[in-house]
Design a protein around this ligand. Sequence first.
Ligand code: WT7
Length: 664
Amino acid sequence: MPDPNATESMLTETRRFAPPADFAARAHVKSMAQYETLHARSIAEPEAFWSEVASELHWFKPWDTVLEWNLPDAKWFVGAQTNLCYNCIDRQVDAGLGDKVAIVWEGEAVGDGPGGGPEVLKLTYHDLLGRVSRFANVLKARGVKKGDVVTLYMGMVPELAVAMLACARIGAVHSVIFGGFSAQAICDRVEDGKSKLLITCDGSWRRGKVVPLKANVDQALTMTDRVKDVIVFNRCNAGVPMIDGRDHDWQTLVDAAPADCPAEPMDAEDLLFILYTSGSTGKPKGIMHTTGGYMVHTYLTAKLTFDLKADDPDELYWCTADCGWITGHSYILYGLLPNRCATLMFEGGPNHPAPDRFWDIIERHKVTKFYTAPTAIRAFMKWGDEHVEKHDLSSLKVLGTVGEPINPEAWVWYHEKIGGGRCPIVDTWWQTETGGHMLTPLPGATTTTPGSCCRPMLGIDMAVVNSDGQEVPNNTGGILVCRKPWPGMLRGIYGDRGRFVETYWSKVPGMYCPADGARIDPDGNFWITGRIDDVIVVAGHNLGTMEVESALVSHRAVAEAAVVGFPHEVKGTGVAAFVITQGELPEPGSDAAEQLKKQLIAHCGQELGPIAKPDQVRLTTALPKTRSGKIMRRLLRDIAAGHEITSDVSTLEDKGIVETLQRG
Ligand code: WT7
């Protein structure tokens, strides 16, 4: 259960921010009263509501039934046929909007473009249609069929969007792996998805250096022989070795491919993609999303949350996530393009070549809607206001945050320094599993309070309950649930029915349980109080503590490990590892101890990727366990946070251990 004390500081936050009147007047949803009417109706008549939303999109064949619900299995738009790629691209071209910009891409390096600026590429819907169709033909020529899983491990290049859309076009199921993950992660995902084709880049640019994507793939493919074909896009001229018969150059294949490839009519419930996310066991979960429902949910939420205006020629939306995460899937591509808006993709990091890179991009491209993570905002605050103040950010209209709770201080800074005090902030709560936004302010309607993600999206029935599923009183901590099915919900965990039922549908009878704690304040606003499972959210990314523990014990110097989160100034939550060493414990503070810690940090980076690198490692001879053998995680959390020990240690077997751990 969530810690009720965790909400105390939030209760003192009383500032309210109403949407500016001129913004509200032009918004899709203009007032709280209108929101409330729309929301009430969407919950009372979900099928009518969602079918009206779906009617705004293109279907090859309409549905017979909007929803078939056999808990925990939902089928949306049953009997219908559509294609998400068609709705992202062709629908716009067919409507005469082919010359409208769909994707604005900016490369990381500055000085590569004409006139010494960054490299910028603008793809119209028409351009995108050409590129996606050709690449879809490349996939077909390599034998990819409807339902086959294609693995993507690329940097943030336009070709990543092209590859995703090409899969959707022919009904292949993409499995995108974030380019920061390691060879082991690639191997695990390829095996789990039984994927025969992998698309990568020679490398990707990160702060002026090449991340060796192809080398990681080569290493991964020494551990599995599933993959028969690797398509390599040359981004960095890294001159990577190519294996004859297995590796193919992207451009050579594209040049030989025919230009025309009609979008495949897909059943609404055909699998669209799988995307892996961490759970409370060591093994990541392949979250399954299907075509029709996911399309309708991301379309509606993108439109309302960011108040997207298809008919505003200046509308330019930018989400700073990587396409390798659900945020990139839903709110760089799939929710955006069907809204006929331009979406910006940026290849690099926020501080290359200087800490003002994001603000420079917003100023040069005149970005109107901006979506980023609290971790990034806290880093910007630390880097200093001068980097922001150099730039004209007056094009901005709506600011979003996602991935983790935002502390009110960072919220207020974002509002004042980036939004000039005039842009509504939308703090969006959702998950890989939910497909799209579940709780969020609507920028023209909601009076926001810093730190709260406010209200349920239209069509979404969220509540805070006890373990019997009864609503708890206001300002009381409880379990966040969704009581009704929604179109973008996960349809399962790839290859693991039991885990799907157990993880999401067994904690509270009859309701979807995301494993977050929450409370609702007297205004009806939702506050997330933290995870209620063994997952920690580090810099906006889910990380299973078990995953890190498994990585640690795979190191020869480690006998046992326990991993917990602790409050981290920038990342929100940091990773703390408590490690029992194999053999003798090095003297605390000695070179040997420090060296071992460094090795273990690097080892986690190698096994899982940089996100999983512990921020603290404590070496110990034992872990605090209750007499029944359970590790006292709460105590470890206190130690990692440097708190005074308030946990009840009376059940602890060896009381001297606390001191050892604190010295660690
Ligand atoms: C978990 C989901 C949503 C896409 C990125 C992360 C936490 C997410 C918020 C928010 C407080 C948040 C939750 C959730 N989370 N958004 N606005 N406020 N917490 O997706 O990796 O699937 O992680 O992130 O704990 O369950 P994810």
